[in-house]
Design a protein around this ligand. Structure first.
Ligand code: AMP
Ligand code: TRP
Length: 347
């Protein structure tokens, strides 16, 4: 069998490889459903960038996930390219990581179908994200939205992924992926690796600026999020208006969600400890803290935005990079799909 089973993947092909321990494989995805936010950046993107040399990385713009809710076709096309460009601009390096668009590798949709057929509906009924996204419209949302986590499982399982770095809202989906892998392996024989979710302690959940009870999301109101392409004036304005409270002290207190969220952003981007930050702002007011936070966010996004402008100036090069990414992963995905089809009896 030529497919990358657990055993064959672990076996070093050369003496040099034998000397170097195999790097763990990371797979993560992000949906092109709007311009990515500072929440995506802190919770996902910057971690992907920081860990490129530690893992064997595959990053995916999950356009098939985006269409689980209605999308305008022209906007979807534009958002997919914009997101890919922003990921490269944030520091995803095509020499060290693979970045590709999900729909360019058809094995994702095909494996998802097979996995749909081994996933009990009871498991999907427990998915919190579906309940939140479907809300009152449970009867009218698409069947795609319902099986969204199974497509995510296919993304992960196609590449024998060890680690899935995500924000805390996705942990349940990674747990489901483990359950699906386990069920499949039990029924059809050892096939898939069970992945682990990994979340960052700081910034796993950045909240909306105008309502710290909600997650910062690209589908929220304009004032609720900072987009990665927001100009400095907009960033400063949004932070200045961010919801706080009527107290004065600048301390990490989870019972004061507005200021806690702003402090979390400050900590995530600045890298100081809570104690250092509290000491820095002792005796100072919200206005001063917000100005410092705005400076930090602007300084973080400035180089990203500059590279983004350069990348979007050359659309042919962006196409080439994405085609190259898909070519790199396609053989692995197809080998895994073939193995799954054999196991099930489709081949
Ligand atoms: P999405 O935008 O929902 O496709 O999410 C892409 C990635 O960003 C996932 O790993 C999410 O968990 C992460 N993410 C999205 N929003 C936030 C947020 N407000 N705070 C932290 N991480 C987030
Ligand atoms: N569902 C994830 C989110 O909303 C995006 C995603 C799709 C993903 N496929 C994935 C994340 C595979 C990690 C691994 O954030």
């Amino acid at each position: 069998m030529t497919a990358p089973t657990k055993a064959s993947r672990a076996k070093p092909a050369t003496a040099k490889q034998a000397a170097e321990p195999r790097r763990e494989r990371v797979f993560s995805g992000i949906a092109p459903s709007g311009t990515p936010t500072l929440g995506n950046y802190i919770g996902a993107i910057r971690n992907w960038v920081a860990e490129q040399d530690i893992y064997d990385n595959i990053f995916c713009v999950v356009d098939l996930h985006a269409i689980t809710v209605p999308q305008d076709p022209a906007e979807l096309r534009a958002n997919t390219r914009q997101l890919a460009a922003l990921l490269f601009a944030s520091g995803i390096d095509p020499k060290r990581s693979v970045l590709f668009v999900q729909s360019h590798v058809s094995a994702h949709a095909e494996l998802a179908w097979i996995l749909n057929c081994v996933t009990p509906t009871g498991w999907l009924n427990r998915m919190t994200q579906f309940k939140v996204k479907a809300g009152e419209d449970r009867e009218s949302v698409s069947a795609g939205l319902y099986v969204y986590p199974v497509l995510m499982a296919a993304d992960i399982l196609l590449y024998q992924t060890d680690v899935v770095p995500v924000g805390d809202d996705q942990v349940q989906h990674v747990e489901l992926t483990r359950d699906i892998a386990n069920t499949f392996n039990f029924r059809f024989g050892e096939t898939f690796v069970e992945p682990k979710a990994r979340i960052r302690e700081v910034g796993a959940r950045i909240m909306a600026l105008d309502d710290p009870a909600k997650k910062m999301s690209k589908s929220g109101a304009e004032a609720s999020y900072i987009s990665l392409v927001d100009p400095p004036t907009a960033i400063r304005k949004k932070i200045a208006r961010a919801t706080t409270d009527s107290e004065r002290t600048i301390v990490f207190d989870e019972n004061r969600p507005g200021i806690f969220n702003l402090l979390t952003i400050y900590q995530a981007l600045g890298g100081e400890t809570r104690e250092q930050i509290e000491a820095e702002f002792a005796g100072k007011g919200y206005k001063e803290f917000k100005a410092a936070l705005a400076d930090l966010v602007v300084a973080t996004l400035e180089p990203v935005q500059q590279r983004y402008t350069e990348i979007t100036a050359d659309p042919a090069e962006l196409d080439r990079l994405l085609a190259q990414g898909a070519e790199q992963v396609r053989p692995r995905a197809e080998a895994m799909l073939k193995l799954a089809k054999e196991r099930v009896g489709l081949l």
